[in-house]
Design a protein around this ligand. Sequence first.
Ligand code: ATP
Length: 332
Amino acid sequence: MNSISIEFINASKVYKLPHGGGNFEALKPLNLSIYKGECFGLLGHNGAGKTTILSLLAGINSPTTGDVIVEGLSVTKNTSDTKRMLGVVQQELIADTFFNLPTMLSIQSKLSGFKPDKEWISFLLEKLLLKDHANKTTRELSGGMKRRMMIARALVHKPRILVLDEPTAGVDIQLRKTMWEFIADLHKEGMTIILTTHYLQEAEDFCNRIAIVKNGEIVTLKENRDLLALGGNHKISCIIEVSNVYYWMQKNSDYLSKNSIIVEPIKNVSHSTGNLKISKSYIHGSMSSFLESVDMIHKASQQMEFRVSDIFTESPGLEDVFVKINNGDIRV
Ligand SMILES: Nc1ncnc2c1ncn2[C@@H]1O[C@H](COP(=O)(O)OP(=O)(O)OP(=O)(O)O)[C@@H](O)[C@H]1O
């Protein structure tokens, strides 16, 4: 059994709205354990409550009820101790100083109660590809550079837990890749990571468990692979061109449904002509099921008189699962 790093115990957050606007429950009472060395992802639409969860953990907001325990210590009672255990990258870009990067990181280190470690600072700047910008003041950095600088700042005191609230927002694809390689290295070395992101592929690639947050509560919490399995079947598909879609569908609908072949329109389909996608599902990991489905597509092409020019496989992604859960198409 893994040991627990972070524990939310009945932690909720109710905001008082201004001008007598009443109360708003941004987070319903949450009970959640995050394990040591885990990479835990929080996904959800804008306003779902992800940042609220992280802000209670980081001691930025205090919970209305309950508490958060970090490595055995209460965030509400030992805020400065728990803060030292965490490296927090907030969503807002806060980098409006006249200091250059090494100076700012040294100051941050002292503020966190640690003697600045020049080698570590230099290592962080190198890993986050900031070395060439070390002499710029933080306010002279671009948005993507500021984002990376915030990661360096969060790590400067060598925390055990890294909290990332949309760490890659505004970072270009190439740099995002570099950032994740670095974060993956920290994770491999045993750091516990909790993150939010709107790039679902990032969560799919890096998280061990993923929680989906909706209207202030976690509606789904699963191991990455179990969540992906909710996305539907693996499919073999091909694109066909049909000269009269309406007539073709009428003629073949019985055969299609009898053989569980799915047909989907591909853009610009009119009554008269269009491209359609034909798919047949198969059991992931079973070669016989895969070959059976290939054979079925082949037979369908003879029966329904279309030519198979391109055949490809499709796997369900986190995107599919996320949409389905948020639309209420699957309940878990
Ligand atoms: N200080 C506040 N006062 C009142 N309501 C707030 C406050 N901060 C956040 N909220 C509300 O709480 C809800 C959850 O906000 P939160 O920032 O946690 O969402 P989120 O899931 O992180 O969204 P995003 O993806 O946009 O960052 C939202 O409806 C938001 O408007």
